[in-house]
Write a protein that binds this ligand. Sequence first.
Ligand SMILES: C[S@@+](CC[C@H](N)C(=O)[O-])C[C@H]1O[C@@H](n2cnc3c(N)ncnc32)[C@H](O)[C@@H]1O
Length: 337
Amino acid sequence: MEYFKDKKRALRNRTITLGDSEISRLRKKLIKISQPVSISQIENKTIHQNMFEVIDNLPDKFIDLAFVDPPYNLNKNFNLTSFRAMDSEKYAEWLDSWVKKLIHILKPHASIYICGDWKSSGAIFSVAKKYFEIQNRITFEREKGRGAKANWKNCSEDVWFCTLSGNYYFDIEAVKMKRKVIAPYKDETGRPKGWEKTENGKYRITHPSNFWTDLTIPFWSMPENTDHPTQKPEKLVAKIILASSKPGDVVFDPFLGSGTTSVVAKKLGRKYIGIEIDEFYCCLAEKRLEMAEKEKTIQGYSDAVFWERNTLNERVSGNGRKKQIETLDNLFTNKPL
Ligand SMILES: C[S@@+](CC[C@H](N)C(=O)[O-])C[C@H]1O[C@@H](n2cnc3c(N)ncnc32)[C@H](O)[C@@H]1O
């Protein structure tokens, strides 16, 4: 079976694809569980299964961070399965049926982030507040999206930031943003006020807010792109992992899709466990995890800061020539200097 085999792709298309032989090889890495397991049996693995069959068999209190990107309350096909839109109360019931199951696997200081669009967000809030302390709602701009004739184009999504208690880990220094300075004020001695002049322009390092406009939804010319219909940007997940976990911590995703959470966790030196019901997506995740052994770059994140969308980070190489290493999102190059 070769998925998306006949799909025509442009010459510069960098979408990660899978052929028959790769699927046969990668599926051997996937696991299934049918009885209680220890952490060492599932660490750094992709579990190919329905998450409802798995959660009760996972160990107690071993997760530091859960990133949860469930099907939104929309009609959506995910390869061989599909999700059907339902009324908001029913969607809340569905959310509740698995959110309550997650509690036993979380460490007491754990954080959990739950994604949704505007139609799903109300239900997420109503369920999350039953089990967690809700710390914030991040809204991010998704540029991709069709215009509507009689409505506002749907260009935002939410990520609910929840914790099990008020005692949680958060590293704001790890998620600072580098922004172009619009008003380069100076103090009375003529020194820049909170910004610095670099060879590429004037920049300020700022605290991140709960409104993110620096993300690009993966598309065909980006090296992280796959055929998964709702793939999250690595940059989004990187912010969450860096802020809410330490190196060596365990990051968990029960709706892994194309593997973004596990891939970013691996790139950032965290342990990971993902569950995904679709075998093709599991294999995509495993292929991306293999690629992450050599390629640790996260688009839009370099020099330990997050750059604005489509900004250039040029470096001067030994021979004095400038090289672009980051991060025009659609023309990403990554060659070492
Ligand atoms: C919104 S997508 C996640 C996308 C992912 N964050 C990524 O970056 O690729 C939701 C995923 O959940 C999977 N899924 C749906 N129901 C599931 C279930 N009961 N157990 C495990 N996975 C499920 C779907 O196949 C789909 O890939």
